[in-house]
Design a protein around this ligand. Sequence first.
Ligand code: SF4
Ligand code: SF4
Length: 427
Amino acid sequence: MAEKSKISKKDFTRREFLELGSASIISTTFAKPIFGKNEDSGTKPSIGMKYRRLGRTNLMISEIGVGCASGSLSKTLGPFLFHKWLRERGDVFNKLLDLGGNFITTSPSYHNTVELIGKTVKHRRNELYLTIAVLPDSKEKMRASIEKSLRELQTDVIDLSFSKGSGTDEGFEAMHKMKEEGKIRFVGMSCHDPRMHEWAIKKDYLDWLHIPYNRMSMIKQGPADIPGAERVLKLAKNEDVGVIVIKPLTGNFIPYWANQTHNSEIQEMMKKLKDYGTKNIYHAMLRWILQNENITAAAVGMDTVQQVIENVEGVITKEMTSTQKELLDLYTRIADKDYCRMCETCTPYCPKGIPVPDILRFGMYYNNYQWGDYAKSLYNELPEYKKVTRCDDCGRCEEHCPNQLPVVKKLHRAHAALTNRKTSFAV
Ligand code: SF4
Ligand code: SF4
């Protein structure tokens, strides 16, 4: 039997929660964060959204905000869905602010999300911390990128700018110069490789950072000589560098599992989700992350207003219920056998130069995210000598996978799906 949410008992009714978008309630319920000062206090509205200090920036940011990575896919949706997606951006951003969230993070490479933020929440600039990427390039191109984002955002300063993908001495020096000029307030980075985070923290380049972190990536940390996410989090805490994690909800296995009727363990999971409510697993994932005192907040991909409501509902009470813990443990145990952490440990061991993590990621897009055409187009863009057809099954990638995934089998299944020879592949 489903557990009753503690939220309605403790703070307010679900109906009241859903109605919080109305201006009259907001005006009496929320005090707005102060914009433009490092000593921002981040008041706590009665809805229950909590705020944490983002390291040395001293900004008090909400425990969750919106991440916009899915915007990069909008151009593949087709005209109808694309326009629907466009129309809903403003509603999503505004609902987040209505419910006490105060940051949105995106990149100029995620379609026109930067421009959309400018168009839809410009009038609420004093409630919002803008978190915008700059691609690591020449200092001239980085400056041009920041200037373009400022124009599109219709503002004169970006609160939290970050180098996306990696970083260089030249790039960080350029960002700090723009910080001195007042175009950005704080310098950060976003990367999948914890070694890059460690390097940039030790160089004292960072005020804050984005790092992938979720229940799945914690299970295995990689070889002892490679820093895992947890080591970076501790170092960041020691150096007073704020942390906003990305990819908090793992690999979107649930829609994919719905068709796995042959697997009794998965079917047991699906039954529990049906009984208890699927949102409980996402609440558990967010609560698990926020229990870590080395983390400031999570950037969560949210495509609809309903997702904003459910995710906020999930974090306003941090305590994890026993049901949620059971669901999270079960989910983790099943997905552990299939989830590539994109740690890239295997990459240097492939004698053929096959980009294993990329191909497994395209497979995840195809299968878990159901982004069929987009996933196929990514695989199709790889040169032939990097495709799975070149693999001779030597197994070296698999031997070096710290997560003990059946890498070779997964590669072949991904190739079959991405080249139309098979429509899905099982765990
Ligand atoms: S099994 Fe294939 S992908 Fe893995 S290391 Fe060998 S050639 Fe590379
Ligand atoms: S296959 Fe294993 S080693 Fe390679 S990126 Fe994925 S998790 Fe890391």
